[in-house]
Write a protein that binds this ligand. Structure first.
Ligand code: GCW
Length: 719
């Protein structure tokens, strides 16, 4: 018996390629290339590697290449420090003799921070592939780019690639609490094991850094914006330092969230007033304490005077005065403040969509030069679809940073396949007309008054789940976020293709099918949750399922009824001049486009307009018919995702296949739930029959209302 077990184990050990894939390796799998002719050709083209530097980043590069090349090429590639034919040369500008080579001079001169080139060149008569970075991290990025090409089985003959990031700050915001819960996290607990840090360094930290570096992410705010002052206590700073040290060779800077009231809570002062000299001194000392441990600390991310967080307004000071307090403390060390624009007041009865703009535009120009304002993609809150935030382009004297939400708080959380690349692209490509046609959101991000302060942040979807993101396709959103930060003009479709090839397979049927699934998925989600420009219809607290009927929350603008405004006559939020006039915050051409019902894209109709149920849309359908039709499209869309997936059964790793199949089954049921609950509610309001061909909801409205999910993951803690 004993013998049988041993030989069984041995059998599995000897056949590593048969091991099912649990998703842990993300898009860095490095499995042997199965196509024999491609494998042979790569083996011929990469016969040795020369790494010319030896700094900590080079050491990271060496390890990565060792694992990657021996996996992909199925043989150990020797390291040699002399020029050979068919060599892969990894070097950094200013190191070694390659940079001085006359023929390479122009290219080398052109390199910019974090940039790299990859070229097939002939040096001293030897044909080599040269990966050269402007700086060590640029070289690392070049190496990951090269490995991506191999993983995607691209032709590596005659390479002539030159890349540099279009945005400087490319960061993940973790909404991770010190007790390891993650606000809006659907992939288990926080990967930061604060209790055991700094002595126990979970190997995951390294894999986290590798994954981020592989897609160009260079910053991480480790803690929740609903902040805990304890992170600023010396023992916690030691823990943060351990992470910062580990991330440094990967080019990742650490940021922390600063709780505005920390001088009171931690410093025993009786005030946190930004104009009080004791408070200013406290922050200066605290920041020095941080930089003593972490010389390249990135800075603070702050949520202030928003949803109960303390802030300068507690002391009748402005957001600028609050941000500048921290900026002054950070400036001598080169740190920055990232101040969030996600504010809406308890007292203001005005349309919530208008409030951030009202608060921040008057402050344009009054922030210190090391302050960035972080603006959510839309004016409300990471909904399945929102128009772009009117702040983009409206604060020309202040660097604005995009904030996307990678974690799918409002888009099916941990169980729905929704590729966000296409949603982000839609926002980035929107024309703000801030300086005439062509001022896309991307353009406004690039045109920061300080060319060093451009950036994008994404609320992370990472947790302790073995596959990091809960739903395997959550990995695609992490990946796409990084790739879009690097180049916001890269197409979401192409990024999906890259991710699929590295995650599943290079077979064209697999790539084409999954690409199509991904690109369609977001619109399906919009259709079964919030079609035609509706928003914020999720149930209270968890935001998971439908709750369009909710109208009992303490604040009007937390209630779905506030957002849809449905009654027996019609539905939608009038944001034209006749209504809240939120449209006045957009440049004229945008305003005009949205103001007229004729030209307003149907996808945003009920965001900007209140319509009667019987109004006719362009299709000739009444609004009610169109709404029902969209819910159906969403539901049938998810069914088609599930069907397409089944078609890939034999072509995908069985464990990954099953994982996604089961998730799609949940999504299928829940899309029906969303449609049925929503339709029952709308019917209870408008008294209309369902149009012919629309399936009646399975249960009564009371049933949908009765559902409760007290333990749904990611619920924000009460404080
Ligand atoms: O989307 C809302 C979330 C809150 C979050 C807030 C914010 C961190 O429901 O959980 O708090 O946005 O962005 O600050």
């Amino acid at each position: 018996m004993k013998l049988t077990i041993t030989s069984f184990a041995l059998f599995w050990l000897l056949l590593p390629n048969l091991r099912a894939d649990d998703g842990y390796r993300l898009w860095l799998k490095y499995d042997k290339i199965t196509n024999a002719s491609i494998l042979t050709s790569y083996q011929q083209q990469i016969q040795s590697v020369w790494l010319s530097g030896n700094n900590p980043t080079d050491q990271v590069i060496q390890k990565e290449l060792d694992v990657a090349l021996s996996g992909l090429l199925d043989r150990k590639i020797p390291w040699r420090k002399e020029l050979e034919n068919h060599q892969l040369i990894i070097t950094t500008k200013g190191i070694g003799s390659f940079a001085a080579d006359q023929g390479l001079r122009t290219m080398t001169d052109r390199l910019s921070p974090e940039g790299f080139f990859i070229r097939q060149v002939t040096l001293e008569g030897k044909s080599v592939i040269l990966v050269m970075g402007n700086d060590p991290v640029g070289t690392l990025y070049g190496v990951f780019h090269f490995l991506r090409l191999i993983q995607m089985q691209q032709d590596i003959r005659d390479l002539a690639i030159e890349e540099h990031p279009r945005l400087k700050i490319r960061m993940l915001d973790h909404w991770d609490n010190l007790d390891r819960t993650v606000e809006r996290g659907y992939a288990g607990f926080s990967i930061w094991d604060w209790h055991r840090l700094p002595d126990y360094m979970d190997p995951r930290y390294l894999d986290y850094a590798r994954a981020n570096a592989s897609i160009g992410i260079n910053g991480a705010a480790l803690t929740n914006v609903n902040a805990n002052h304890l992170i600023l206590r010396p023992d916690y700073l030691d823990k943060v330092k351990a992470l910062a040290d580990l991330f440094r060779p990967y080019g990742i800077k650490v940021y922390l969230t600063a709780r505005f009231s920390a001088p009171v809570e931690l410093g025993n002062l009786e005030t946190a007033d930004p104009l009080d000299p004791r408070v200013q001194q406290w922050w200066k000392n605290k920041v020095t304490e941080i930089y003593t441990r972490i010389p390249d600390f990135g800075g603070f991310l702050v949520k202030a005077n928003s949803e109960g967080q303390p802030g300068p307004q507690n002391y009748h000071r402005s957001h600028a005065e609050g941000a500048n307090l921290l900026a002054d403390a950070l400036a001598p060390h080169g740190g920055i403040v990232i101040w969030r624009a996600f504010v809406y007041s308890n007292e203001t009865p005005d349309d919530r969509a208008k409030q951030a703009y009202q608060e921040f535009v008057p402050l344009d120009g009054s922030f210190r030069p090391n302050v960035m304002i972080q603006v959510k993609n839309g004016p409300i809150d990471f909904q399945p679809r929102e128009p772009f935030h009117p702040l983009f382009g409206a604060m020309p004297n202040t660097p604005l940073m995009m904030e996307f939400q990678i974690t799918q708080e409002y888009l099916g959380q941990g169980t729905h396949l929704v590729y966000l690349g296409s949603m982000w692209q839609e926002v980035l490509k929107s024309d703000t007309y801030a300086h005439g046609a062509g001022s896309t959101v991307t353009q406004t991000l690039k045109e920061s008054p300080d060319s060093q302060l451009t950036g994008m942040a994404g609320v992370a979807n990472i947790g302790t789940d073995r596959n990091w993101t809960g739903h395997l396709f959550g990995q695609a959103n992490w990946y796409a976020f990084g790739r879009l930060c690097w180049d916001p003009d890269r197409s979401a479709d192409a990024i999906a293709g890259e991710w699929i090839r590295q995650t599943f397979s290079n077979q064209s049927l697999v790539v084409a099918t999954i690409q199509q699934m991904m690109m369609a998925s977001r619109e399906y989600c919009v259709d079964y949750m919030t079609p035609l420009g509706l928003a914020h219809l999720m149930a209270t607290g968890h935001h998971y399922g439908p709750g369009p009927w909710v109208n009992n929350l303490s604040r009007a603008d937390w209630n779905p009824t506030y957002y849809h405004r449905a009654d027996s006559a019609g539905i939608g939020f009038d944001r034209t001049a006749a209504g809240s006039n939120a449209l006045e915050q957009y440049a004229k051409p945008v305003r005009q486009l949205f103001e007229s019902r004729e030209t307003c894209p149907e996808a945003l109709l009920l965001w900007f307009h209140h319509l009667s149920w019987q109004d006719r849309l362009k299709s000739g359908q009444t609004l009610w018919e169109a709404l029902c039709h969209h819910y159906d499209l969403g539901v049938s869309g998810v069914k088609s995702l599930a069907d397409q997936w089944v078609g890939l059964h034999e072509l995908i790793d069985p464990e990954l296949y099953d994982h996604v199949r089961m998730m799609l089954n949940i999504q299928r049921k829940e899309s029906v739930w969303w449609r049925d609950a929503s339709l029952s509610y709308w019917q209870s309001v408008n008294g209309l029959d369902l149009p012919a061909g629309v399936t009646a909801p399975e249960f009564t409205l009371n049933y949908y209302k009765s559902l409760s999910f007290p333990y749904a993951p990611g619920i924000r803690p009460r404080w």
